[in-house]
Each structure stands twice: as C-alpha cells, then as structure tokens.
Design a protein around this ligand. Structure first.
Ligand code: BEZ
Ligand code: FE
Length: 290
C-alpha cells in the first residue's frame, strides 16, 4: 500500500498480519492499534508529545531491573492492573487485587501461630481466618503466601536493612482451613516516586499513597489461585488508593483486645503485655472447574 493516509492507516495495519498469526495475538494487536490510532487522532498528538512519550518509556526501561518493575508500576497507577483483575474476578469468591511489584517467591514456611514480625517493634496484629470454598467449606492444605512492608513502609527488596524474606512467609492450612500468625500493624506507604512514574504523579497532581494492607496469594489444589490484599476500614487512604486496589469485600475492621485474651497456640502466647489487634478475615476460593 503506497497511498497510506490518516484515514486508512488503521485498515492498512490490519492487512499486514500473516495468515498463520495466532488468532488471539491478532485480536489483541488489532484492537490495540485501533485504540492507539484513535487516541492519537483524538488528542491531535504532536511530534513533541509523541517524543516525550517515547522518552518516558525509555526512562522506565532504564530504571527497571529484577527488583524494580517500573512498567508494572505504570500499569498500576494507570488503573490497568486493577482493571485486568476486575475483568477476571469472580463474584462467588474473595475479590482479587493488585500483586504489586514487591512479591518475592520462595518465602520461608511459617507454622500456624508464627510471629512474622520477629524482632521488629510495633502494635501487634493477629491475622487469622479460614480459607473456604464458595459454600464456606474449609479447604485443607491451602498455601497462603503473605507479605507486607516493615514499619518503615518499605518492602524487604527496597531496604538494605532488612533480610531478603523479612515480612514474608507461607502458611499451609490444616483440616479446619484455618490460618493464623502475628505481625505488626501494617502502615500506609507511598509507591516509589524516584522514577518516571513519580514524575507523572507529580505532573498530574496525584499523591503516591496506598492504604495499609496485607498481601496474600492463596493456592489450593482444584481452586483458582487468588492474589489479593486486605485493608483496615480506618485507613485515611482507603478511598484514594493510588493503584485502585481497594474492593469493598477486602475491607475489614481491626478489633482491639486486652493481653489477657491473646489465644494459646501462637509463638507470642503468654508474651503479650499490652493490647493487641485482631484482623479476622476469611478467604473464599473458587473451584477451577466452575
Ligand atoms: C504494593 O502493594 O506492594 C504495590 C502495588 C502497586 C504498586 C506499588 C506497590
Ligand atoms: Fe503492598
């Protein structure tokens, strides 16, 4: 095609696909081109703006490495990660929420009742509940991969003062589907702002805060894996999470209890002198076949 114009370039692009292109790849690429071309026309994109966009992507690539995932962060602050989550979330299970860039695989096993905070100081939080199917039947042998920031608001991969697996652990549920561990009360924190995504947030007058949360990935044989987070209902950023991760069924209430009510069977049993908080939250998985 030698007479490409702004009116036919999208159709010309569609005609360039080889016959043996994977059909799903064709569908995704064609729709992407349609929307991209329409966007450029819609905003009357200038050369300078186009170049700025290219330079932004280059800068995102340059700052990224195995632990810094600037493109994931870009997707998060644009709402794309959450939109993909919501498109595939099932209403008969616990909602999913963003994975974020700070999960690390290979966390150590954490027995029921373990203390994930170890030597860290802070308000003690007992996180517990059951992993169940949509009907509320307990799921035995479910693996719960948990992670959160230290009290300074940094994940272990962002903080040289922390061990690799600090505030990370994997617990397996027993026959009653129960999980339970202690930690410190999570804090609100900011997403990284020292890269190009931070520049966008500042340029558009947005703050970088996330409401405090605990991250969970739950896996069990025969069930869809669930990537999610839980949030306390009193966090000031609950209604303005910069990565759009909050869903109403993921919001819970901390209950404050006196030390005398701390349960048996935990590493900290008998060692609590002050009040402690409880986050009791059931996690519902959806069967694979449904
Ligand atoms: C997180 O919760 O770990 C997170 C999610 C999205 C962007 C940055 C951090
Ligand atoms: Fe997080």
């Amino acid at each position: 095609m030698r007479n490409v114009s702004k009116d036919n370039i999208t159709d010309v692009f569609m005609g360039y696909f080889g016959d043996d292109t994977d059909p799903r790849l064709r569908e995704v690429m064609q729709s992407l081109a349609q929307h991209l071309h329409a966007f450029a026309k819609d905003v009357n994109l200038t050369h300078e703006e186009w170049l700025k966009g290219i330079e932004f992507l280059e800068a995102a690539g340059q700052i990224s490495d195995e632990t810094r995932h600037e493109f994931v962060l870009l997707s998060d602050v644009l709402g794309l990660s959450s939109l993909v989550d919501m498109i595939h979330s099932r209403s008969d299970g616990t909602s999913s929420s963003v994975l974020g860039p700070f999960h690390i695989s290979g966390a150590p096993a954490m027995a029921f009742g373990a203390d994930m905070k170890r030597h860290y100081e802070g308000e003690v939080l007992l996180a517990c509940g059951r992993v169940t199917d949509p009907q509320g039947n307990p799921i035995e042998g479910a693996e719960i991969d948990v992670w959160q920031t230290a009290p300074n608001g940094l994940y272990s991969s962002q903080d040289e003062e922390q061990d690799t697996y600090s505030f990370h652990g994997i617990q397996t549920t027993g026959p009653d589907g129960r999980y339970g561990f202690t930690t410190v009360k999570p804090v609100s924190y900011t997403v990284p702002t020292d890269g190009p995504v931070g520049d966008i947030l500042r340029a558009t007058g947005r703050h970088p805060w996330r409401p405090s949360h605990l991250h969970y990935i739950i896996k069990a044989d025969g069930f869809r894996p669930l990537v999610t987070e839980i949030f306390p209902d009193d966090d000031p950023y609950l209604d303005e999470d910069t990565v759009f991760g909050v869903r109403s069924d993921l919001v819970m209430k901390y209950v404050e209890r006196p030390a005398s009510e701390f349960p048996e069977g935990y590493e900290l049993s008998g060692k609590i002198e002050d009040t402690f908080l409880v986050a009791d939250f059931d996690l519902k998985l959806v069967p694979l076949a449904s």
